[in-house]
Design a binder for this molecule. Structure first.
Ligand code: PLA
Length: 447
């Protein structure tokens, strides 16, 4: 039996709900009819107020390249590896892993939210070294991500949720998408000095001063190796000083490792910056990508790793990263994860991968050398082009300004980003002379 007193709050609630529903129904009715009237009478779309977005500064370059009908055209925009014939390349070891996967009849069931266990194990080991203490002590929370970008985005969402208001410091310049990622995740960011155009090298003093002056406990986004776009990395001694300062200031490093193996040709050497921090017992976030080193651009395979100070904290961080991933995309795709797990988990295939990666890194070094030779022999002014040789990784940061970069594209049909970056991974020996002519023309004849 209910007493009327007990029912009063319930009735009030019901009445309130009914009033709200009635209100929203009436509003929707009026609004719906108004819109219907608008679109039937004036044919105005509700999307009328949506403005045209600008083309992406990197991927938009490939779209413009496709539209160009010139035979001379050359795409040095996006950092995607091409063969000497300027064709995209699928690594032999990837084809081998795919054949193995097909033969074993893998199914297409959902992966867990955190991704393929074998991949997560392999990727953390590749990053930190299989015998790393943090791995042995279960202090690493690894979540498979949608390649480097998606993994950075998960890390950014985690920062927004657990370190609200903390500023992320990003190198100036950097990969253009870094700013978009933190903006969209609602994370405040600022630049730290990184590149000195006068020396075409690292502005180490500026970088250290900015890290020192950032509020204690800030987050420093660092390129693990092969800095994009400058191709300029700190030396091991400078890394040590950067780690000292970050530790002293109680900052946290967030590494973006998009080119492991592509800077030096060695997976271990290219991970040494991250390992240095981890060996000192510092907590770090690390985003990884297999787009470049395994050529898995379209598979969207990578990971976010949180190396923390206890197994207990790692379990909690992992659970929260999963919680962030679930409403974004539910769970990650399996194909690329299986390729990586197969290649890294099989000693023979792993060696084959290393050989192919060294071949890719080697081809880039060869065109780098040839481009330098062409520039030096053609330019009689005595300008020092040796920065082309000193820069590492996929790119060369030419120092060409926007107008000069426009000239490269409009006159010479050479597609590149407007910050003066060229991807040497899209260049071959045959085109080095033509590229050197275009750079010299743009450098001296365009202001
Ligand atoms: N981090 C850095 C520093 C990068 O240069 C890139 C890719 C990524 C992360 C993300 O790559 P992923 O999502 O494919 O793993 N940069 C490219 C491509 C190669 C791009 O802009 O998306 C570039 O041309 O700069």
């Amino acid at each position: 039996m209910y007493r009327i007193d007990d029912l009063i709050p319930f009735l009030v609630n019901e009445l309130f709900d009914f009033r709200c529903s009635l209100c929203s129904f009436l509003c929707a009715f009026v609004q719906g009819n108004a819109l219907k009237a608008m679109s039937t009478t004036t044919n105005v779309s509700r999307f009328e107020q949506v403005t045209m977005a600008p083309a992406d500064p990197i991927l938009g370059v490939s779209e413009a390249f496709k539209r160009d009908e010139s035979e001379k055209k050359l795409n040095l925009g996006v950092g995607a590896y091409r063969t000497e014939d300027l064709q995209p390349m699928v690594l032999e070891v990837v084809k081998k892993a795919e054949r193995k996967m097909l033969e074993s009849g893998e199914n297409k069931e959902y992966l867990p939210i955190e991704g393929l266990a074998a991949f997560n194990k392999a990727t953390a080991e590749l990053l930190l070294g299989a015998d790393n203490a943090a791995i042995k002590e279960n202090r690493v929370a690894t979540i498979q991500g949608l390649s480097g970008t998606g993994s950075l985005r998960l890390g950014a969402a985690f920062i927004q949720r657990y370190f609200p208001g903390t500023t992320v410091y990003i190198s100036n310049p950097t990969w253009g998408n870094h700013m978009n990622i933190f903006n969209d995740a609602g994370v405040p960011w600022k630049h730290y000095r990184y590149f000195d155009p006068k020396t075409v090298g690292l502005d180490f003093e500026g970088m250290m001063a900015d890290i020192e002056n950032a509020p204690d406990g800030s987050i420093m986004l660092l390129h693990g190796c092969a800095h994009n776009p400058t191709g300029v990395d700190p030396t091991p001694e400078q890394w040590e000083k950067i780690a000292d300062l970050i530790e002293k200031k109680n900052h946290m490093a967030f590494f973006d490792v998009a080119y492991q193996g592509f800077a030096s040709g060695s997976l271990d050497q290219d991970a040494s910056s991250v390992r240095r921090f981890v060996e000192r017992g510092m907590e770090v976030l690390v985003a990884q990508s297999y787009s470049k080193n395994l050529g898995l651009y379209a598979e969207r395979i990578g990971a976010i790793n949180a190396v923390v100070s206890s197994a207990d904290a790692a379990a909690r961080v992992r659970s929260q990263l999963k919680r962030i991933a679930r409403p974004m995309y539910s769970n990650p795709p399996c194909h690329g994860a299986r390729i990586v797990a197969n290649v890294v988990g099989d000693a023979k295939m792993f060696d084959e991968w290393r050989a192919e990666m060294q071949e890719m890194a080697g081809r880039i070094k060869t065109v780098r050398q040839r481009l330098f030779d062409e520039l030096s022999s053609k330019d009689k002014s005595g300008k020092d082009w040796s920065f082309v040789l000193k820069q590492i990784g996929m790119f060369s940061f030419t120092g060409l300004n926007k107008a000069q970069s426009d000239n490269m594209t409009n006159k010479w049909h050479i597609y590149m980003t407007k910050d003066g970056r060229i991807s040497l991974a899209g260049l071959n020996l045959a085109k080095c002379e033509y590229l050197a002519d275009a750079i010299i023309d743009s450098y001296y004849n365009v202001q």
